[in-house]
Design a protein around this ligand. Structure first.
Ligand code: AMP
Length: 526
């Protein structure tokens, strides 16, 4: 690259990354919520079925829970595990943990026991919070457990340690699939969430007229804006009944009943939703929807065109494509989709506030049109992976030739378009998405290899872009009688349902490439 070209490229990235914007960096989410509760104590805050809480009631119950933690002698500023279904108690539990000055570690009650046990032993929380229907799943946990259904918690005085929390303290740890056989905990700090929500409120302001639908499982980080955005702006959240997130009819009814204005979909579910509503005219039932945010997977022109016809052009609902990994606090780029149908591509757009995006080739910034690894810098970067300094150092690096700016290497291919937007071009590795759920194929492979008589295994996602992608496991084994049902049963003790392969192929040899590696391409053609 000659000097002139280098200067051009530098100025292109300077323009792209001109995102510096002030945000309340000395505040934490809990402080912002408490300030809002003081401003609008009697406003409705949370809705779940026929139950409701005002800001005052939520603030009080969360404060009483913080007091219960204090009475139990739980370490302040520590990690507190929480295993709950979607409910009012979920909100009380999470806000109670934050009021206590701790960070929350969400664990799904739907996870298999060994996955729960692994996450608990890896994160070593100082306390666990559950509900009557979930608390038995953590019966092996030998420290303090608090049951949110225990009414005596709500007879206690209230307290708050929110003012003792610093912006660089952890706010949550979310576990995501890990390629070496176990999930990994991503540690996210308070100020990163404050910046992310401050940007969202600045760009798409919501008020007390708005209601966000909370439908993402709290073990995935999209839930973070669903769980907190409303509470620092005076809006409301409606907690969708557990399980209803898979049923378009349940979502439509909730939108109509609670006048939902803001909703999130992963594109595959968005597609099912759009297919469902195109059979009948549901637009009047969805009249209140102001904004749909999609993220987690590639949004395509087909989605956007369908959306425009069914909702955008009829109800004036807006559609935005958000992009980001858990390691950079939910989302780092945005693209507002146009209403016109002449769209041939849906880019992931431009960086949000205080965020920089780079497309790197061999240790150099790439020009528009060149494909390289998408790297992220800025205040959204997570602290790293819990207990995994080596992996942290591998993924969070100074990737810009010693300029001192830390970047997170996403493992995503991207290119900068000539109009200044970023185009997402797929993965560089064996990480895949099924219905927006992140899966390292290596994690499944490592578990299958632990099974008796399996010497090697390759898992592939077949028909990745179709409505029904299939996980297929190719297994090298000496046991031609290997009982697949037993293997599945073994896997179910470690892996969530969405990570269990649908098909198993037993093999004596794998096809090999010229340089002696397993030929994945040839394998999936078998
Ligand atoms: P997660 O950490 O579960 O949010 O997954 C992050 C990964 O999901 C990214 O590295 C991308 O591979 C993918 N992803 C997230 N948002 C988008 C999007 N809008 N378009 C394409 N891929 C996406």
């Amino acid at each position: 690259m000659n000097i002139c070209e280098k200067q051009d490229i530098d100025s292109i990235y300077k323009k792209l990354n001109d995102t510096t914007h002030s945000y309340p960096k000395d505040k934490t989410i809990c402080q912002l919520f408490e300030a809002q509760a003081e401003k609008t104590p009697d406003a409705k805050a949370v809705i779940f079925g026929e139950e409701e809480l005002t800001y005052r009631e939520l603030n009080k119950k969360a404060g009483q829970l913080a007091y219960a933690l204090h009475l139990s002698g739980v370490e302040k500023n520590g990690i507190i595990g929480i295993m709950v279904e979607r409910s009012l108690e979920m909100i009380i539990g999470i806000y109670g943990i934050l009021k206590y000055g701790a960070s929350y570690l969400p664990i799904s009650p739907e996870y298999p026991q060994k996955r729960i046990d692994y996450i608990v032993s890896d994160s070593n929380p100082s306390c666990f919070i559950g509900q009557s229907k979930t608390i038995h799943r953590i019966s092996g946990f030998d420290k303090i457990c608090i049951n949110l259904d225990d009414e005596s918690n709500y007879e206690l005085p209230e307290c708050s340690y929110a003012d003792t929390v610093r912006p660089n303290d952890l706010m949550y740890i979310i576990y995501t699939s890990g390629s070496t056989g176990n999930p990994k905990g991503v540690m996210v700090e308070q100020h990163s969430v404050v910046n992310r929500l401050n940007w969202m409120q600045k760009r798409y302001p919501i008020t007390h007229y708005d209601t966000i639908l909370q439908k993402t499982s709290f073990v995935f980080d999209v839930s973070v804006w669903e769980l907190f955005w409303w509470s620092i702006t005076g809006a409301k959240v409606s907690m969708l009944k557990p399980g209803f997130e898979r049923f378009p009819q349940g979502i439509i009814e909730e939108v109509e009943k609670n006048k939902i204005t803001i909703i999130h979909f992963v594109p595959s579910m968005f597609n099912s939703f759009l297919n469902y509503i195109c059979n009948e005219d549901y637009s009047t039932k969805l009249l209140t929807l102001k904004h749909i945010f999609c993220s987690g997977e590639a949004l395509t022109p087909i989605h956007v065109k369908k959306f425009n016809t069914l909702l955008g052009q009829i109800n004036g609902t807006r559609l935005t494509n958000l992009y980001g990994p858990t390691e950079a606090t939910v989302d780092v780029t945005y693209y507002d989709c146009p209403f016109d149908d002449e769209i041939s591509k849906v880019p992931i757009g431009k960086p949000i506030d205080n965020t920089a995006m780079y497309i790197l080739g061999e240790a150099c910034l790439l020009s528009p049109g060149e494909k390289g690894e998408l790297c992220i810098a800025g205040v959204g970067l997570a602290r790293g992976y819990l207990n995994q300094p080596e992996l942290t150092n591998e993924k969070f690096v100074d990737g810009l030739g010693g300029r001192g700016e830390m970047v997170y290497r996403t493992g995503d291919y991207a290119c900068l378009m000539h109009d200044g937007n970023i185009d997402y071009l797929g993965r560089m590795d064996n990480q895949v998405k099924i219905r927006g759920l992140r899966i390292e194929l290596g994690e499944i492979e490592a578990k299958i290899c632990e099974y008796e008589s399996v010497s090697q295994c390759i898992v592939a996602l077949i028909n990745a872009d179709s409505i029904n992608p299939v996980l297929k496991a190719y297994i090298l084994t000496t046991d031609s009688e290997l009982a697949v049902q037993k293997l599945k049963k073994f896997l179910r003790t470690y892996l969530p349902d969405y990570m269990i392969p649908n098909d198993f192929v037993l093999m004596k040899d794998f096809p090999i490439t010229m340089n002696g590696k397993v030929d994945r391409k040839a394998l999936v053609l078998l």
